[in-house]
Design a protein around this ligand. Sequence first.
Ligand SMILES: *Cc1c(COP(=O)(O)O)cnc(C)c1O
Length: 456
Amino acid sequence: MSTKQKRFFLSEDELPRQWYNIQADMVNKPMPPLHPQTKKPLTPEDLYPIFCEECSRQELNMTDAWIDIPEEVREMYKYYRSTPLVRAYGLEKALGTPAHIYFKNESVSPIGSHKLNSALAQAYYAKKEGVTNVTTETGAGQWGAALSYAAKVFGLEAAVYQVKISYEQKPYRRSIMQTFGAQVTPSPSMSTRAGKDILTKTPNCQGSLGTAISEAVELARTTPNCKYVLGSVLSHVTLHQTIIGLEAEKQMEMAGEYPDIVIGCFGGGSNFGGICFPFMRHTIKEGRKTRYIAAEPASCPKLTKGVFQYDFGDEAGYTPLLPMYTLGHNFMPANIHAGGLRYHGAGVIVSQLLKDGLMEAVDIKQLETFEAGLLFAKSEGIIPAPESCHAIAAAVREAKACIETGEEKVILFNLSGHGLIDMSAYDQYLSGNLQNYEVPDELIENNVSQLEQIIK
Ligand SMILES: *Cc1c(COP(=O)(O)O)cnc(C)c1O
């Protein structure tokens, strides 16, 4: 029986007091967001009509590496942070690998994923700026659930547009949002012009994140005292998520190790950036050799198969144009894909880092992700979110490679959430009803060929 320490925690006093803004340390800064009509670079003030002012400033802050976590937000973090850093002895044993595998367990947050880290911050800033209503989109519902709870904490009304297919097929997260008092509308809906336009063209449209974003942005623009909040992709969201990596850095030190490889699953990049950027700081500043791997689904492969180009964040083209790896803003993931991470584009910071070779990306087919998820569940006792299974699968690949070379590499991955409300996806896998799916190259080429070539 091993008596080695398995979990590492920080005391309340040791919790980070600042988030890490990697933009300040990047040698090549992300290119600026552009106004959707004039194509001129945006200033924070241009974002104020849609976003909270503080978030708008954080979004474009290229100078301050450290940004104070407001005391009110830090107080809320204390309800579930630090999240544990866990040495995955069970998984190591099941694989028979000499690698040392660690995971940061964000599934212990009250809503079951990392999303609450940014929801609390965004709701706090909204309240402080006198906003009364917040609106957003959600797919499977993790972000909507986090935002609904955070809005309740800070006394705001929340209106959530949920992708219609998820609203119908995943009723429990909708119930969670409603439990916290949010108003949930299936998207596309007839309540906005963007929704009406889509429903007129495609009456039985099942929705996408891009469409739901258009609806939420439109509501924010046309409603006084209402701001739009977002759960991923944008740089200020990733900033808030660096609490994950900053804690992990201290916890790895307690474990007496430093990661050779850091892994996160990849939707828009917030949990990936959250766990990686505090470590990447040492790569940028001290040349520390660490690999950073983003794990994305083969059915939504923007990092591995997309193009680097300016694109909209939403279907209707309301949002600023962002320089990012994208599959095109009208990309709709195949319905057979069960693993989340369905957004068409990647955040601007991660896109720049990938372009500059500071990180890697892998795309993984869904059967491999669920296989890794089941192995993890059986060996560590936690059922991972289907999204998180992508990170686990990438970690398993690296740990297996160590079996061949005999290297005791230190692998750290982020367990972004638990899968207890995603058991229908596991059911599909267990009953043999899931197939692998890769987006055909022609479909991607056709989609991205419609993008305006702003980056020549
Ligand atoms: C939303 C979500 C993701 C993907 O979003 P990122 O911004 O890429 O982190 C991953 N895992 C879980 C559990 C999520 O809820």
